[in-house]
Ligand binder design. Sequence first.
Ligand SMILES: Cc1cc2nc3c(=O)[nH]c(=O)nc-3n(C[C@H](O)[C@H](O)[C@H](O)COP(=O)(O)OP(=O)(O)OC[C@H]3O[C@@H](n4cnc5c(N)ncnc54)[C@H](O)[C@@H]3O)c2cc1C
Length: 425
Amino acid sequence: MVVEAGRDRPTVLILGGGFGGVGAARALKDAEVDIELVDQHDYHTFQPLLYQVATDLLETSAVGHPLRDLFHDQPNVAVKEDTVTGVDLDARTVSFAHMPDTSYDVLVLGLGARANFFGVEGAEKHAFPMYTLHDAVRLRARILERWEAADRDPSLVEDGALNVVVVGGGPTGVESAGALAELYRNEFDKDYPQLPQDQARIVLVEAGPVIFSMFKKNLQDYARKALKERGVEVKTGDSVASITPTRVTLASGEVLNAHTLIWGAGLQGSPVAGELGLELERGGRISVEPDLSIPGHPEAFAVGDVAWITDATTKRVLPQLGSVALQAGEWAGKNIARRVAGKDTEAFEYTDKGTMATIGRMAAVVQFHRGRTMKGAKASLAWGAVHLALLSTGEDRAKAMIDWTWAGFSHERAGRISVSADDEE
Ligand SMILES: Cc1cc2nc3c(=O)[nH]c(=O)nc-3n(C[C@H](O)[C@H](O)[C@H](O)COP(=O)(O)OP(=O)(O)OC[C@H]3O[C@@H](n4cnc5c(N)ncnc54)[C@H](O)[C@@H]3O)c2cc1C
């Protein structure tokens, strides 16, 4: 390993404090390296629960955790808050919005992805993506604001103020639509008794023939039925063609009156990946070697949503999931430790523990690695246990547990107030 002159031990620069970056840093806890972990935020985001913040079930602090706090017990990590603006793989330097250019001996690129609007007219401007904590808070504020506006002026109901179109029949879209329906049918019916609940539409639009295409047919059918029971209209085989602030036009020509559109339809890798001078795979992802290093740069690793990782056993490209990002981050960290110790790196082996998603209270689906499936209340409890275990600290787990338990018993969601940084005292 080449270590820059003047340094006692290698500097590992980790870009991104998501599942991938945090996993890599933690795996290097006992390694003889100095780690700098840089993220544009001072917190780690637990994306799988963002929709629960947007629908008032969880508070922001249960889903965003201070990054510095995660490394109190790891003196070889320094956390910095800054935005990465570029990476020069040949010069081994990274540029930032504020800090001076920084050189590294080893790089871990875990900058994640962002919404891909596929060029749909008006989407960039008017859609509400669901990828960051800011997105979730913005969506929550939008929904509350539209209900309050309709409460003041009921003529807005017909114009679509309460209607929400959710784009994408994958987990992000289905989970968002289901949670929103429960918020509407269990909370807003009591909060806004004067407003006509039956005219508040939630429409899920999926371009493919089915929702939850990654799951088996029995789970797809169950999810569709569970959504219908919650009052969600599911439209498959159609897509969104254009969006204005109050109208959504579908490819079939149908026009929906809707003041809010949630975008859960696709991702593209961090724009930083596009500037590396590499040929990228579909979705702007960096194709990596079996040991997760970037081709031609054994000292640079890419992990998580920004990486195109081929499973060594199945030869399939691994999906953009938290479990893949975390395991890949940890594996990259272990490979770096191996290299520092003068050993060879090893090819990444992903352990598939199954896939799960929730549709609403006591309604979830689980598909295990070997094909066994589970649905309904049992799956919902399994989902809760897995997500609680994944939350980064005991404190976050406690916060989520309290919020979920309370909502489960009472159907109440205490998070549904709007607070803006611009509010007057
Ligand atoms: C709504 C939603 C629901 C999901 N549900 C599930 C689920 O149930 N199960 C599951 O396994 N997976 C789920 N996922 C996927 C999972 O969350 C991602 O695969 C995982 O977060 C990817 O981890 P990552 O570390 O690659 O990226 P991220 O977690 O996105 O982390 C990237 C980090 O990089 C930072 N960053 C980005 N750009 C810059 C920059 N230029 N400068 C500095 N910092 C930057 C970001 O702030 C972020 O902290 C879900 C995702 C979403 C959006």
